[in-house]
Design a protein. Structure first.
Length: 452
């Protein structure tokens, strides 16, 4: 049985609808609980997912929300009414320069600015709640992870389902042997963050109150194209700014699989879907990962396959989680829009995204007692860890390797039907051409120490 869970699928979906950067050397700070018991917090971003994050973090009774930065400052107008004295900045660099007494920040911007802002904040000794994917590129992920570990900072990645009872239950089922040793995994998302069309030839006027140059950040300058192309939302489809469907949803959906199997860096990755064009990610990906085996897997390696868009696991895999005792007049059976099928030596586990895990075949597990799990508040866990009362479970030590695995898939899509062997220690592929996508170059004047 499950305990009552306020962390609902509806709440999750509602929440998610949503000059030089060179910085001083790391400023030593007291890394124990703040002596006042107050956490002075700032948000990078005022709308969308940033609004969801700052709302949850500031609901903690020990948090004082003092500053926010957004390239559209007007998005913070209502926040100023709710939080009297809140200071609003257009430029995130100015916020970091002027707010000397901060304790923590959340970085909830488009993907391409996750690493520059997070690293700049950590170099000032600030604890960081960073949205998924942790960064846009593999090198950034490694450096941000290493720096947070080196400075013993409290971190948490925004994979809030990690703290839900349903994902915790899935992890327990695997690790306690409910389906035996795991042989393979199939995981998917129906989202379509890609675009095979042509880039518009037009140039649109930049909307009033929107700082396009600041939004571009470390990326090369280019003319603005409006609603249907960059801003808002559509940036997820673009190579320079987003990370496609796997970047958006991979960190969520791979999470219980990665945790349950105690996975480490993949040995190889191979894409059998379409390649991106010169500006946008493709959809309908099929990406095969080979991971080293663990104590929870059957062999020396384990295969995990990702599908997105209209692609799904093969019919024989889907058949493993079909209920055999459906009434003859029941509606046709379909997989959930997003989730995973974990195939074990003794049974099969279906992990729907943000829903209860299910064991198959149904008849075999009719009397099986499901683990009792409760939700934890992912955002409050971050604050409590700063106060020395808890530990974050999706800290960068965990979220970094998870993000690296996901981002390897984005590189693989650029080389269809080619097996890319991955040397995690050296951050290098066996295919020379693939290595250019491990690390990008920031535009001049936007260098960040530790990343550039």
């Amino acid at each position: 049985m499950y305990s009552p869970r306020p962390f609902s699928r509806r709440a999750f979906l509602k929440a998610t609808a949503a000059t030089s950067v060179a910085v001083p050397h790391f400023l030593p700070r007291l890394l124990s609980a703040p002596p006042s018991g107050r956490v002075l917090h700032a948000s990078f971003g005022a709308g969308g997912m940033a609004r969801a994050d700052l709302t949850e973090i500031t609901s903690h009774p020990n948090v004082q929300f003092v500053a926010v930065a957004d390239v559209e400052p007007a998005k913070a107008n209502d926040l100023k009414l709710k939080f009297p004295g809140l200071r609003v900045y257009e430029d995130w660099r100015q916020l970091l320069d002027k707010e000397k007494d901060l304790t923590s920040v959340n970085v909830s911007t488009p993907d391409h600015m996750h690493a520059p802002i997070a690293m700049s904040a950590m170099r000032r000794g600030l604890h960081v709640y960073g949205q998924k994917p942790l960064t846009h590129d593999l090198y950034e992920t490694r450096r941000v992870t290493e720096f947070a570990r080196e400075k013993n900072l409290v971190t948490q990645m925004g994979i809030q389902i990690h703290s839900s009872g349903v994902y915790r239950a899935a992890v327990q089922l695997v690790q306690k042997g409910a389906i035996g040793k795991v042989k393979e995994v199939h995981t998917w998302s129906s989202k379509k963050w890609g675009d095979r069309g042509s880039k518009p030839a037009r140039i649109d006027p930049v909307p009033a109150g929107f700082n396009w140059d600041l939004w571009l950040g470390v990326c090369a300058t280019r003319p603005f194209i409006g609603q249907s192309w960059y801003h808002p939302g559509e940036w997820r489809k673009r190579l320079d700014f987003g990370t496609g469907t796997f970047g958006d949803m991979g960190c969520h959906i791979y999470d219980p699989v990665f945790k349950a199997l105690a996975l480490t860096a993949p040995i190889s990755v191979r894409s059998e879907g379409p390649a991106p064009n010169d500006h946008s990610w493709a959809t309908d990906a099929v990406i095969h990962y080979i991971f080293p085996g663990t104590q929870f897997t059957e062999g020396k390696t384990v295969k995990v396959t990702w599908y997105d868009g209209d692609r799904r696991p093969p019919a024989e895999i889907q058949e493993l989680v079909r209920r055999k005792n459906l009434a003859p007049d029941a509606k046709p059976w379909m997989l959930t829009d997003q989730g995973s099928i974990v195939i074990g030596t003794q049974g099969v586990l279906l992990i729907p995204h943000v829903d209860r895990p299910k064991l198959f075949p149904v008849e075999r597990y009719a009397d099986f007692k499901m683990p009792e799990t409760q939700d934890a508040n992912h955002w409050h866990q971050f604050v409590d860890a700063i106060l020395g009362k808890d530990k974050t479970q999706a800290n960068f030590n965990y979220a970094g390797p998870l993000t690296e695995a996901v981002l390897l898939g984005s590189v693989a899509t650029r080389f269809p039907n080619t097996t890319l062997e991955w040397n995690a220690k050296k951050l290098r592929f066996n295919v020379k051409e693939a290595n250019q996508f491990v690390r990008r170059k920031y535009r001049k004047g936007w260098e960040v120490k530790g990343l550039s």
